[in-house]
Write a protein that binds this ligand. Structure first.
Ligand code: SF4
Length: 387
């Protein structure tokens, strides 16, 4: 972190439930130019525009607040274009003095709710830890109670933090937009706890500094405990950047404490290299070529990134020849100057354990190796003898 202070301004924090009786094209905001009077709409659960009162008086309009030594929050005259008001709230977190501040309030329970707020990060804003949260507790809680590190049961809470995340320095501060989410099917982390899983737009969306941004979120709960039909949608400046529903493609999962590096999917080269062995069975020479192609790229990348060692998890499968993998790994390790960890992960019950762990983590498990030849062979085995 290069800056010791991180500031942002917020205005017009609006929380509302869209009436089921409104036609889809008629959002509530369309009825209130500059949001003037929106707080009186019967479908609005809560609105705050920071236009009235001192900081203390603003805080009293919320259920709880944190403003350590009165140094975090201040009224500002910086406002987004088009605002009907003249004020916003500035929050400044200062390392070593405070952890920023917060305002928290509750609404009557809802199955579907929208949140909209305008925010601006200071030009020197650093990375930060947690921004704006939205969710629910059963029973209701008078204060923020995300129970960090634990997985919700399905009937106790659902919690989303709209967070900028830096990807360990990959993105400039404050980072990219992400939804740091707690839900019953979230995945476990490397330390055995359940830390919020980052649901990211497939294409990263940079959080710009020194510019007002309109952020909107929609949460729709599952219609019944045994239905997975909930939704989560994020809009930035009116553009939908993420829509999570069951089965949707989302950003890469790397919450186990590692960064995932993906290589190009070079099918053309793979077919060229394996063509003359295409009729070989699995574990034959086609697979040796395939192992070599993958391990060469892995060793090369490990060298480029300055890693000490590399390995492969392919030996986990009973269909993979650990001795061949280890020989090829040693060769490419030597060529690129990186150590290779020799292993046969299927041993010591490794294969069975991998199945159990995969089930626990809710991982997709493919029942053939991966190439078109292995798929054809697999289908043939399933059909059994005959035509
Ligand atoms: S994908 Fe699997 S079966 Fe196909 S060539 Fe590679 S290792 Fe062999």
């Amino acid at each position: 972190m290069t800056n010791h202070k991180s500031s942002f301004y917020q205005v017009l924090t609006i929380l509302f439930i869209l009436s089921l009786y409104l036609p889809a094209y008629a959002g509530i905001a369309e009825k209130y130019l500059g949001d003037e009077g929106i707080e009186n709409d019967p479908d609005v659960l809560f609105a705050e525009n920071f236009e009235e009162g001192t900081v203390d008086e603003i805080c009293k309009r919320w259920d709880t607040f944190k403003n350590k030594d009165g140094k975090v929050m201040a009224v500002s005259d910086d406002i987004p274009a088009g605002s009907a008001g003249s004020r916003s709230l500035q929050m400044t977190g200062t390392l070593g003095e405070n952890a920023g501040g917060d305002l928290y309030t509750r609404f009557p329970s809802q199955d579907k709710a929208y949140l909209r707020f305008y925010t601006k990060f200071a030009a020197d804003h650093a990375y930060e830890h947690h921004f704006v949260g939205f969710g629910g507790y059963n029973p209701p809680s008078a204060w923020p109670d995300p129970r960090a590190g634990t997985r919700p049961n399905g009937d106790d809470r659902f919690h989303v933090m709209i967070d900028p995340i830096g990807g360990h320095g990959k993105y400039p501060p404050p980072g990219i937009w992400s939804l740091y989410t707690y839900w019953p099917e979230m995945k476990i982390s490397a330390d055995g706890n359940y830390w919020g899983n980052c649901l990211n737009p497939v294409e990263p969306v940079i959080v710009t500094r020194d510019k007002w941004i309109c952020v909107e979120l929609m949460i729709k709960m599952n219609s019944a405990p045994d239905k997975a039909d909930g939704e989560l949608t994020l809009w930035i400046d009116g553009e939908q950047v993420a829509h999570f529903v069951k089965g949707v493609k989302r950003g890469l999962w790397s919450g186990m404490g590692f960064d995932l590096i993906e290589d190009e999917y070079d099918t053309k080269r793979w077919f060229e290299l394996t063509d003359k062995f295409k009729d070989e069975p699995e574990k034959g020479r086609r697979c040796d070529v395939c192992y070599a192609m993958r391990l060469e790229r892995t060793a090369q990348k490990a060298a480029e990134e300055g890693f000490d060692v590399f390995t492969t998890v392919m030996s986990l499968s009973p269909w993979k020849k650990a001795d061949v993998l280890n020989r090829i790994g040693r060769q490419f390790g030597a060529r690129f100057g990186v150590g290779f960890i020799e292993a046969d992960f299927k041993k010591k019950d490794g294969f069975r354990k991998s199945i159990e762990l995969g089930r626990e983590l809710g991982l997709y498990r493919q029942d053939y190796c991966g190439c078109t030849y292995s798929l054809t062979a697999h289908e043939r085995r399933k059909r059994g003898p005959g035509i």
